[in-house]
Design a protein around this ligand. Sequence first.
Ligand code: MG
Ligand code: MG
Length: 244
Amino acid sequence: YRRDLESDGLTRLALEAELRKAFISGEIHAWYQPIVDLKTGVIAGFEALARWVHPKRGVIPPDHFLTATRDLGMMTDLGAIIMNTTAPLMARWFRDHRLPQGFFVSVNLSAPEIERLHLIEDGARVIRDHNLPRKTLKLEVTESVFMSEGTGAVKTLERVLDLGVRLALDDFGTGYSSLGYLSRTRFSSIKIDRSFVTAASRGVPEALAIICAVVALAKSLGMATTAEGVETEDQARLLRLAGC
Ligand code: MG
Ligand code: MG
């Protein structure tokens, strides 16, 4: 027994209780981060990301509440909020704006959500019902999905592809980076984790080498690459040079 164990436990318990309440009272929202085509500078799409808009503490990023959400078994509730707000929003964007060719919205998919295929089917149905172009919806999965779900995940993802949804491999290079899954599943793009982007722009040659290797790997497999966490012109220039 240590005193800090007690305070850690209590903090956690309080967070979980608050989080449960947040889900019920509508404090969990989808925010949209632009994905820019480095060649043209045009916004090619958006990634839907979860934010907890806390009445007192303000906007809380997902790394502060995703673990608790997972522990509470509420990942599918989170996925439902994101999908159910994003799909109709996409329909509205297409109706009200002239969007560039191939415009898409990315939604992150966690391991427990893969089992709830109806969530994805709902999103795909909205696209069909509103006559949006096929492939408007992109799902981002991480390698951990394959680790926990194995071949079941591959089968489910095959069905997802048949619905006209595209797949991106998220956080590539931070997990197991299985080249087997990369060759067996029809991903349309690979996402380079922000840690590589940050390191490369700080002049770490290994990080830049890894970015170049991932870009080359993706190219030879006919996939696109998306880099995360691009916040400065210098980072954009570096990634453009790398062919991202
Ligand atoms: Mg993602
Ligand atoms: Mg990511």
